[in-house]
Design a protein around this ligand. Structure first.
Ligand SMILES: NC(=O)c1ccc[n+]([C@@H]2O[C@H](COP(=O)([O-])OP(=O)(O)OC[C@H]3O[C@@H](n4cnc5c(N)ncnc54)[C@H](OP(=O)(O)O)[C@@H]3O)[C@@H](O)[C@H]2O)c1
Length: 338
């Protein structure tokens, strides 16, 4: 059985996460028991939620245990099998963690999902046709529930969730405006992803300036907002929301390293009769098949061309993860292991 390089959570961050919170280790892969399979991971997914799990604080999920392999989504190939339903060579999505191999009891429902790579590249099952894509779908369809012609805004627009949101919203006939960091990301959001406009928040570093930029990009006001960031960007969007607007609260990455995110004017919820709903995509497994079907079609037909940032090798995972929290990724952040 092969040696397996892994990244463990060694200690918890105090404030900003740093590379020394992680530790590289090598383990021997155990012999398979009945029903188990050995998966060789081709790609490992790096996601902002992992930062929250590094803390030992109250959350919707248990903290990542110290001294254990960092948890996370993976795609890979079955390289050994003692389970009759999984054959060597099949491609699977799972939750194998920050390591090169995982041994999985494939008889447990839902732990491994076979995927077809004929029209969708394997890596996209961790992005547009995976958890981030379904996240965009849920917030759009189930919370914002847009009507054709409405104006929608999404922050972190060039990323894994934001890019999928744009394609799904355009498919529903909406005007879609992104918010992203820097001219290159904004150009990509408009030219490649087909958004109607994109605002570079670095050019608008306070709520007043951002609110003015939103006024210009959204002349009819904002009917739906998909929130990934928090802070002054949320304040600015709130100032431009139309009456009975809907906000899907997906993430607040601007605060993940412990930065406070005060809300400047909460009375706007009342004044504009807004609905805000937070959600966690893994608590809505019932929508995944429908969402994945639509997302798979958008990718296979070229209507969604998601970009990826790919770090090489398990050694690079901590640095790439910290970069994701700082916006150094451009599109879905992955680590390539094969
Ligand atoms: N609720 C759920 O179930 C669920 C599921 C998946 C993801 N999420 C959330 O969805 C959001 C996007 O996730 P993703 O996987 O698609 O990541 P991503 O957008 O691919 O990458 C994160 C991006 O966030 C932006 N960012 C980081 N710090 C920022 C700051 N201080 N201000 C503004 N933007 C900042 C950066 O883009 P710029 O360069 O444009 O700033 C960075 O590229 C995250 O908040 C994540 O926690 C929630």
């Amino acid at each position: 059985m092969p040696a397996n390089k892994q990244q463990l959570l060694d200690n918890r961050p105090e404030g900003e996460a740093v590379t020394s919170n992680f530790k590289l280790a090598t383990a021997q892969t155990p012999e398979l028991k009945d029903n188990q399979v050995l998966v060789r991971h081709h790609y490992l997914s790096l996601d902002p939620y992992m930062r929250g799990r590094m803390n030992d604080s109250k959350s919707y999920a248990q903290p990542q245990p110290l001294g254990q392999v960092m948890q996370g989504g993976t795609v890979g190939e079955i390289v050994e099998s003692r389970n009759p339903k999984f054959a060597v060579g099949e491609k699977v999505v799972g939750f194998g963690g920050w390591q090169e191999y995982s041994v999985v009891d494939a008889s447990q429902p839902g732990v491994l999902r076979k995927v077809d790579t004929t029209h969708v590249p394997l890596s996209h099952y961790l992005g547009a046709v995976g958890m981030p894509g379904v996240t965009a779908w849920y917030g759009l369809v189930k919370i914002i529930a847009p009507k054709e012609g409405e104006t929608l805004v999404v922050s972190a627009a060039s990323g894994a969730v934001g890019s999928a949101f744009g394609a799904l919203a355009k498919a529903r006939g909406c005007r879609v405006v992104g918010i992203a960091g820097g001219p290159d990301k904004c150009k990509y959001v408009v030219d490649e992803l087909g958004f109607d406009a994109c605002i570079d928040y670095r050019q608008h570093p306070d709520a007043k300036s951002m609110s003015q930029a939103l006024k210009e990009a959204c002349p009819q006001g904002i009917d739906g907002y998909f929130e990934n960031v928090g802070g002054y960007i949320l304040d600015a969007v709130l100032s431009r929301m139309n009456a009975f607007g809907r906000i899907a609260l997906c993430g607040m990455i601007a605060g993940y390293d412990g930065q406070p995110l005060p809300l400047a004017n909460p009375s706007l919820f009342l004044i504009s009769r807004l609905k805000l709903e937070g959600f966690i995509v893994s608590e809505h497994m019932e929508v995944w098949p429908e969402a994945l079907k639509e997302l798979g079609t958008l990718v296979a037909t070229g209507k969604l061309r998601p970009r990826e940032s790919i770090a090489q090798g398990i050694e690079s995972a901590p640095e790439a993860f910290l970069g994701l929290l700082k916006g150094r990724n451009f599109g879905k952040q992955l680590v390539k292991l094969v």
